[in-house]
Design a protein around this ligand. Structure first.
Ligand code: MHQ
Length: 264
């Protein structure tokens, strides 16, 4: 049932329907995860469709570009921090997450929330003109120039483009982000078996969801194959943050508490 490509990433090992899980239970898992996603996705699809028309003007982009590096980092960390709050709420609404010990809840959120944000980004990413939603309007990568992180921004936009090509539905997005969040291989987990069981069910539900329209193995392996690029981006972000903290410690001290807590 599983393709070698999936096994190679180790993400789906043992994701076959275990004998004690019924189709009914998989449906219940899917319903819970999709509902949680829709309740916490920050912007509805309709809102995003409307917003896609409001682009930053060239003057506005130039204004962003001429900001100081510190001011732009501050703005970005605030936007990311706001978005993280929704991811935390998403996690809390996934059945089983709150039953994990608090230590593991924190480990999973710290390790997974940027990956979840990067996947969620495709909802707010327009591949037709390579723009992303930032503070209420869409703009291209140039608007982040003053951050001095062109490689990081380039990688994020590239991921946006490749993920958009998969044309994920909100259901697929919901289940994929839940599976990423519930990764049993995060370092220092105390109950990784429990996490593995939750993730297995979510991957089965995702497979089931994809099968409604496509060949599940194919699309799922394409989704899972983007995980290494996401990990690279997360590490690059941590490197950039570490360097920024070194050069501008006083600004970094004033980053939003949630951003600091997740990425310290
Ligand atoms: C969410 C909504 C959302 C909110 C914020 C780390 C750094 C110095 C720079 C969006 C990254 C710059 C982010 C704000 C840039 C790539 C960041 C800044 C989905 C994700 C999304 C759209 C974030 C996407 C990434 C953005 C634009 O529901």
């Amino acid at each position: 049932m599983l393709e070698p490509a999936l096994l190679a990433h180790g993400a789906l090992e043992g994701a076959q329907l275990p004998p004690d899980i019924s189709v009914l239970e998989i449906d219940r898992v899917a319903q819970n995860v999709v509902k949680s996603h829709l309740e916490t996705c920050q912007y509805t699809t309709e809102e995003l469709k409307r917003l896609a028309w409001s682009l930053y003007s060239p003057e506005e982009v130039r204004a962003l570009q001429s900001k100081s590096c510190e001011a732009m980092w501050q703005q970005c960390s605030l936007q990311i921090s706001n978005a993280i709050q929704y991811v935390v709420e998403f996690a809390k609404r996934i059945d089983g997450f709150m039953e994990l010990c608090q230590n593991d809840q924190i480990i999973l959120l710290k390790a997974g929330c940027l990956e979840v944000l990067l996947i969620r980004m495709i909802r707010a990413f327009n591949p037709l003109n390579n723009t992303v939603l930032f503070e209420g309007k869409f703009g291209g990568m140039q608007m982040f120039k003053s951050l001095g992180c062109d490689d990081l921004i380039g990688a994020i936009f590239e991921l946006g483009r490749t993920l958009c090509r998969l044309q994920l539905s909100d259901e697929e997005l919901a289940l994929f982000t839940a599976a990423v969040l519930l990764s049993p291989d995060r370092p220092w987990l105390t109950e990784s078996k429990k996490v593995q069981k939750l993730q297995d069910k979510i991957y089965v539900a995702l497979q089931h969801e994809i099968q409604k329209k496509h060949s599940a193995e194919d699309k799922l392996s394409k989704m899972v194959s983007k995980l290494p690029l996401m990990k690279t981006i997360c590490n690059l972000h941590l490197d950039k943050l570490e360097f920024f903290r070194l050069v501008h410690p006083e600004t970094a001290m004033n980053f939003p508490p949630l951003y600091k807590e997740v990425f310290n």
